[in-house]
Design a protein around this ligand. Structure first.
Ligand code: SF4
Length: 375
């Protein structure tokens, strides 16, 4: 492994609006490049400008903690930070990849987030997160911490092929139980399922049942993208060696999409399977409201729930205006309560959505939404 230390100019990455997948406005990449070397990793794509070999050249933002302290200090900010979970991770590395043992940037970040009283959402594949259980417990007691793990399968043998240097899924499941026993909320990101290998009904059933057994309180699902360039080439090389009979199947579903998406028909099929399996185990398909409705401000709460409803309806192949309504709320510069009698003047908000918004304002959730989450 070649380590390169750099000086970063900024650390917190702010999203344009709250990200309803993670319940977060802010994420960060403390490292760039990842020695876990997942075959499908999107971070390998050229658009993220990670130089060198993705799994061997690891960039460390050595001054990250000094910069982050400034970014978190209210008196040094032009605008206050928005209240939501902060994710000490991003898309081009794992916050608990092996280099963290030496530099401890994630641990120091958690200490800062505790000092500034922010809730934390961790997403990792690494069991090294156990090392930080002490500081995470303090955060969880003070403002809440969610510990999520990503999986493409719970099959250790398949993982050894596609996630060659990451801790085994069985170890990740054991780590979920470890955190659950200590009072944390945990979930899994079943992302990405690997086409024709880990996306079958049997595989998804096994993954979701084991995750639930270990204590996961939600499963967030997603299919695989393969962007042209380094990511696709690397993945297909491995596929050709291990599953040569699937090369043609991949050609059929990954066809010249700028974002590396597979065909709509393929995604519809796996979404249908996921929906059925999640329903069987009555496990929420989005982070459930009890984990965020006391954390977010009112507008963000409404946006997240409307976006979740939009996703849940589309998962069932229904049409939905909820996403558009969420977008319109995100453009407001007043609180939703202040205009509760005029909500229908907003484009995209009809009688049904208005009623749901008012219910969210008054109760922090929506009965319709909660039914969809596990239904
Ligand atoms: S752990 Fe995450 S960042 Fe690291 S290689 Fe795997 S998918 Fe990429």
């Amino acid at each position: 492994m070649i380590i390169q230390e750099t000086e970063a100019k900024s650390i917190l990455r702010k999203k344009k609006k709250i990200d309803s997948w993670f319940i977060s406005h802010y994420s960060m990449n403390l490292y760039r490049g990842c020695s876990f070397n997942c075959t499908y990793c999107d971070g390998r794509n050229e658009k993220y400008f990670v130089q060198g070999e993705f799994d061997k050249n690891i960039i460390v933002k050595k001054n990250a903690i000094d910069i982050l302290r400034k970014e978190l200090t209210p008196s040094k900010r032009k605008y206050p930070l928005k209240r939501s979970y902060i994710m000490p991770c991003g898309g081009v590395g794992d916050s608990y990849e092996p280099i963290e043992k030496k530099y401890q940037l994630t641990r120091k970040t958690l200490e800062l987030l505790y000092e500034f009283n922010f809730p934390v959402h961790i997403l990792t594949k690494s069991v090294l997160v156990k090392r930080d259980v002490d500081i995470l417990q303090k955060i969880n007691r003070q403002s809440r911490a969610i510990i999520s793990f990503s999986f493409s399968t719970v099959d250790d043998n398949i993982s050894k092929i596609f996630e060659p240097n990451a801790p085994l899924p069985s170890e990740r499941l054991e780590t979920i139980s470890f955190f659950k026993e200590r009072g944390f909320s945990c979930g899994i990101f079943l992302m990405p399922v690997i086409p024709f290998i880990t996306d079958t009904p049997q595989m998804m059933d096994e993954t979701i049942s084991k995750a639930k057994e270990a204590g996961a309180e939600f499963v967030i699902f997603g299919g695989m993208t393969l962007k042209e360039g380094r990511q696709k080439e690397h993945f297909l090389n491995v596929l050709e060696k291990k599953f040569p009979h699937l090369m043609l199947e991949y050609e059929n579903i990954y066809k010249d999409d700028n974002w590396g998406n597979a065909t709509k028909e393929y995604y519809n099929t796996i979404n249908f399977t996921f929906d059925l399996v999640a329903k069987k185990y009555k496990i929420p398909k989005r982070i459930p409201p009890y984990l965020y409705n006391t954390v977010l401000n009112e507008n963000d709460l409404v946006i997240v729930i409307l976006e979740h409803i939009d996703y849940l309806l589309k998962l069932k192949n229904y049409k939905s205006n909820f996403g558009y309504a969420a977008y319109k709320i995100s453009q407001l510069n007043t609180s939703v309560s202040a205009i509760r009698t005029e909500l229908k003047r907003i484009n995209g908000i009809g009688e049904t959505i208005k009623k749901i918004i008012l219910e969210i304002i008054d109760t922090g959730t929506s009965k319709y939404y909660e039914k969809l989450l596990i239904g």
